[in-house]
Design a protein around this ligand. Structure first.
Ligand SMILES: *Cc1c(COP(=O)(O)O)cnc(C)c1O
Length: 235
């Protein structure tokens, strides 16, 4: 089931690339495996997935030692400062940095462990009250401040677009994200690159790819619906 779902998603990414004249190799599919058992991740791994996304520190650090070493783990959920120390050196990319204080903690812990940590800035592109993320307006200033911190590299931007049954409705938000990323890139700030644009989920990843996403984060489309009522054990 998972292998078939992956094929479908990959085909859809390819058509979105064809539509917009992009190279499919520029787009990384991140399999969002939160709440799913290790057996499901293994199945995705066997089908070729090497990028997995999790949104909870506890779940992430329980899963990592149970799966092969060549997996790139992505922290995509809200990150509390007191939990930063558990994931530094273990994740390939933290997608959800939305404050200077969090960036400072990541910097401090990375320096302590002698590693560099790649991060994205999470943008609340639709300015939804319920969502984490920095506003478009505040982003350039935050990025300038983070640029001066040791042990941390800003690689781009991330957003969780509004929930909608009509993916076209999110196109203007994806366009805004790309424009912001281009604006920041033009400022040529030391330590800052805008190579990654992490946007698009099961409901809207095709539109996101058409508008320039380089990472799409797909959970339900690969693993099926998540069951939160009866939390499955991680093992
Ligand atoms: C859960 C989650 C996803 C995946 O959502 P689906 O709709 O299941 O594809 C993507 N990004 C973030 C930040 C998430 O928390």
């Amino acid at each position: 089931m998972i292998a078939e779902n992956l094929k479908i998603i990959q085909t859809q990414i390819q058509s979105a690339c064809t539509c917009s004249g992009r190279d499919p190799n520029e787009v990384t599919l991140i399999a969002v495996s939160k709440t799913k058992p290790v057996s499901a991740l293994r199945e995705a791994y066997e089908a070729g997935v090497r990028d997995f996304g999790e949104n909870k520190v506890q779940e992430l650090i329980e899963k990592i030692p149970q799966l092969p070493d060549d997996i790139r783990w992505h922290m995509i959920g809200h990150l509390q400062r007191n939990k930063v120390k558990y994931i530094i050196g273990k994740v390939a990319l933290i997608h959800s940095v939305d404050s200077l204080r969090l960036a400072e903690e990541i910097s401090r812990e990375s320096v302590r462990q002698g590693v560099d940590t790649d991060i994205l800035i999470e943008i609340n592109v639709a300015e939804e009250e319920s969502k984490f993320g920095v506003s478009l307006r505040e982003t350039p200033d935050l990025i300038k401040k983070i640029a001066g911190l040791p042990g941390i590299n800003v690689k781009g931007l991330m957003t969780v677009a509004p929930y909608t049954a009509v993916s076209e409705k999110n196109r203007p938000y994806f366009v805004k994200m790309r424009e912001l990323s281009v604006d920041i890139e033009r400022k040529n700030i030391d330590n800052i690159s805008m190579n990654i644009l992490s946007m698009g989920m099961t409901g809207d990843f095709s539109v996101a790819v058409e508008e320039g996403a380089t990472c799409v984060r797909v959970g339900t489309g690969i693993f099926g619906e998540r069951d939160y009522t009866n939390q499955q054990p991680v093992r």
